[in-house]
Design a protein around this ligand. Structure first.
Ligand code: ADP
Ligand code: MG
Length: 247
């Protein structure tokens, strides 16, 4: 089967840390316009998988192709340029800049904070900022300092900073950790909105939340795929109940 059929095509992926196989001969295929949720017990290798895709960690074997580009040997900045955006568990926003400035510095043509702030605010940039601010629901707070936002708002801002680069693959690691019930609701809607026109991978533990956003779920265990399919299929898979949902 040709890799061109999938946006993201991963085969035979492995990585070891001191002899321990954190990712073990893993295959994963994600379509265009697909929001894939990855679940699994702590230590299953979920975060490591994202580290491998974004080039933070080097694979010891296997292939990662994104839109027919081999990513495995590329440096992180080239992977970003290929359209891969990744959000870590803790937000990395500029607390003492405004939301507007946070979004501006994330625009692809302004690499450094100072360069980006000094460069002329073109109409295209402002248009993009406004569109993203509306997508993340923070269009009325653009002038506010990012440090004063709630925990949930900071997470949305960071998603917005990634959206400024118009990623074709967006990966979020536990985006609702620490959020209130209301913030979780808003985030579920946000993710469904922004997955249009790109591929997304979301790692999450909260099963109610997963149920709300997922069409297809991948369950990882010990660096491998334990089960994959619709939410209903994986929820009723005895292997999944045994190692994950049963606890
Ligand atoms: P998950 O995100 O599913 O909870 P992780 O991917 O964080 O799991 O971790 C998988 C396993 O790999 C864990 O046992 C973890 O301790 C180990 N691990 C992850 N990153 C490293 C690293 N850089 N060095 C050594 N061990 C690591
Ligand atoms: Mg993790």
């Amino acid at each position: 089967m040709s890799g061109a059929a999938f946006a993201l095509y991963i085969e035979g992926l492995s990585v070891s840390f001191d002899g321990f196989k954190a990712i073990d001969d893993l295959n994963l295929y994600v379509d265009d316009n697909e929001l894939r949720v990855i679940i699994g017990p702590n230590g299953a290798g979920k975060t490591t998988l994202l580290d491998l895709i974004c080039g933070k960690t080097r694979a010891s074997a296997g292939t990662i192709r994104f839109l027919d580009l081999e990513l495995t040997k590329r440096p992180e900045h080239q992977i970003v340029r290929a359209g891969v955006g990744r959000k870590f568990q803790t937000p990395s926003i500029y607390e003492n800049l405004s939301l507007l400035q946070n979004l501006e510095v994330s625009y692809p043509h302004g690499r450094s904070v100072f360069g980006a702030l000094a460069f002329r605010r073109t109409a295209a940039l402002r248009e993009r900022v406004d569109a993203v601010a509306e997508e993340i629901g923070l269009q009325h707070q653009l002038g506010a300092e990012a440090g004063g936002l709630s925990h949930g708002q900071k997470q949305w801002l960071e998603i917005g900073m990634l959206l400024m680069q118009e990623p074709k693959l967006l990966m979020l690691d536990e985006p609702i950790a620490g959020m209130s019930a209301r913030e979780r609701d808003i985030t579920a809607e946000l993710l469904q909105r922004i997955c249009k026109g790109r591929s997304m991978i979301v790692i999450e533990h909260d099963m109610d939340f997963v149920e709300r956003i997922a069409s297809k779920v991948t369950v990882m265990h010990q660096g491998r795929i334990l089960s994959e399919g619709s939410m209903d299929a994986v929820k009723n898979d005895p292997k999944v109940i045994d190692v994950y949902l049963g606890h």
